[in-house]
Design a protein around this ligand. Structure first.
Ligand SMILES: NC(=O)c1ccc[n+]([C@@H]2O[C@H](COP(=O)([O-])OP(=O)(O)OC[C@H]3O[C@@H](n4cnc5c(N)ncnc54)[C@H](O)[C@@H]3O)[C@@H](O)[C@H]2O)c1
Ligand SMILES: O=CCCC(=O)O
Length: 493
């Protein structure tokens, strides 16, 4: 059983294929289009408008023109639009889930999870929209008054990746809407369809024309480069690879833009000998195989105390080996394809390098035969310390295991990376968990938990994993700036 072909066709027919500029769906200026493919089959799902530099300029014009009036709308009005969007996405959860599965490949159950997660940003920020506040105080010498207010930063450029097509968009759009900012959204060319449908839902929820403009394109730099140089732009928020983020930070320096950067990771997953191994294996499954390992939060290095390493590896490998790969629309599929051939080749080159360096594959270790970009869920043991797989983001269903003997050694191994997004620690000793957490260089910590993502939490990294936070009370601050007004002493004649 799976999803009938006519259901897929009916859904695809509802996805807008134009660019959303100033509230209208339009063809690209030169009429160009591009194909979006299903990574399970390589077949074309839909052709959509391919934005050019000119289209990017029109989108920027629309965002700039809408900014002033949008900033003046009542916070409650912005919150209600987000709340309606939350309800519409929730009503259409099956559509969004199927669309993500089609264009990105993840199993339907995971897509449904992403719909819940992605929609939650809409609900969370619908509530935050009315909580922005400032303060009024007396200066220390009593001679003046200090009025501190928060204002929307202004038009924003939002750039999103392909791996969580809905949640990465709502995590930016919702706080921008709540704060009163207008936007140009550039989704990833591999998975633009979810953003296209989501933008239609935002319009249906009552978002005024020009507030959200969407320019899907195959020429990312050509579209975003001029926007970044436009003096009307005030902020760029990016989720994607560290290399691209570094380039955008350089470009953002030109106009000294506010930047939020959600970049790559190399998460350590630490298992201590006092951990409940059943829970550690459950956590490892979630931290590694969620989204086929194509998550910035994916556990990239399993660092296990030597006294329990064999038992952990054996149990983990048994679970991983039981995971069936398949098109995400099929009921039995637990692990979908990787996003494209390049990604699968990269994963395999990391595995091959590790095996050549002396590692053993307890399960998996090769691409799947046949159509689509499937890779066998894999566990590697005895990985050499200098293996590339321990240094680079794997972004696939592959788990390398290394061992340690002391707490200090575990921390040193975990911190031995330029990334610092999330770390996972499994121990039944709370003091040890907190102690290790204090020593780990990462923006987030999963303590006996394999997933930390939550709309109510500040998501983000340190070191080369990024700048700023998305979600939580912190998320809206990224779209606000502080204005201070100094007021003369009201008692002085
Ligand atoms: N920290 C986080 O929250 C988070 C979340 C999801 C993904 N990621 C990271 O994203 C990466 C995977 O996503 P990806 O492959 O889509 O990343 P990517 O950096 O290749 O692309 C991300 C986005 O940037 C665009 N882009 C690429 N080159 C550009 C340029 N020169 N100018 C402007 N835009 C450009 C892409 O079209 C896409 O929309 C991984 O490294 C992953 O860790 C991080
Ligand atoms: O890929 C990174 C995002 C993952 C998440 O938000 O849970």
């Amino acid at each position: 059983m799976g999803i009938p072909a006519h259901r897929e066709a009916e859904l695809l027919a509802q996805v807008p294929t134009g660019l959303l500029i100033d509230g209208e769906w339009r063809d690209a200026a030169g009429g160009a289009t591009f194909d979006v493919e299903d990574p399970s089959t390589g077949k074309v799902l839909l052709s959509i408008a391919d934005a050019s530099t000119e289209d990017g300029g029109l989108a920027m014009d629309a965002a700039a023109a809408a900014q002033e009036s949008w900033a003046r709308t009542a916070p409650r009005e912005r919150g209600e639009i987000l709340r309606r969007a939350f309800e519409l996405v929730t009503e259409r959860a099956e559509d969004f889930a199927l669309l993500m599965t089609l264009e990105m490949g993840k199993p339907l159950a995971e897509s449904r999870g992403e719909v819940t997660y992605g929609a939650e940003f809409l609900r969370w920020f619908s509530e935050e929209a009315v909580r922005v506040s400032g303060r009024y105080s007396t200066s220390p010498d009593g001679k003046s008054r200090l009025l501190v207010t928060k204002k929307p930063v202004g038009p924003c450029l939002l750039i999103t990746p392909w791996n969580f097509p809905l949640a990465m968009a709502t995590r930016k759009i919702a706080p921008a809407v709540a704060a009163g900012c207008t936007m140009v959204l550039k989704p990833a060319k591999l998975t633009p369809l979810t953003s296209q449908l989501f933008a239609a839902v935002m319009m249906e929820a009552g978002l005024p024309a020009g507030v959200l403009n969407v320019v899907s394109t195959t020429s990312a730099g050509d579209v975003t480069g001029p926007i970044l140089k436009d003096p009307r732009l005030r902020k760029v928020s990016f989720t994607g690879s560290t290399a691209v983020g570094q380039g955008l930070i350089r470009d953002a320096a030109h106009n000294v833009l506010r930047t939020s950067m959600e970049l790559g990771g190399n998460a350590p997953f630490l298992v201590f000998e006092d951990a409940d191994l059943d829970k550690a294996v459950d956590g490892a499954m979630a931290a590694k195989l969620r989204n086929m390992g194509e998550a910035c939060t994916a556990a990239n290095r399993f660092i296990v105390q030597d006294t329990v390493a064999d038992e952990f590896a054996e149990r983990f490998a048994a679970r991983v080996g039981a995971m069936t790969t398949g098109r995400g629309t099929e009921d039995e599929s637990k692990v979908g394809p990787l996003i494209d051939a390049k990604s699968r080749d990269k994963v395999h080159s990391l595995v091959t390098d590790a095996l050549d360096g002396g590692a053993r594959a307890l399960v998996g270790g090769a691409p799947e035969e046949g159509p689509g970009y499937f890779y066998q869920p894999t566990v590697l043991k005895d990985v050499a310390p200098d293996a590339r797989i321990l240094k680079e983001e794997i972004f696939g269903p592959v788990a390398p295991i290394v061992t340690f003997s002391t707490e200090d050694e575990a921390v040193a191994l975990a911190n031995n990376t330029e990334f610092g997004l999330v770390s996972y620690v499994f121990t039944s000793d709370l003091n040890r968990g907190l102690r290790i957490g204090e020593k780990l260089e990462s923006g987030m910590l999963g303590l006996n938990a394999g997933v930390v993502s939550n709309a109510a939490a500040p998501f983000g990294g340190v070191k080369q994993s990024g700048l700023g936070r998305e979600g939580g009370a912190e998320g809206i601050e990224e779209y606000l700036y502080t204005q201070y007004t100094g007021i003369a002493d009201p008692y002085a004649g």
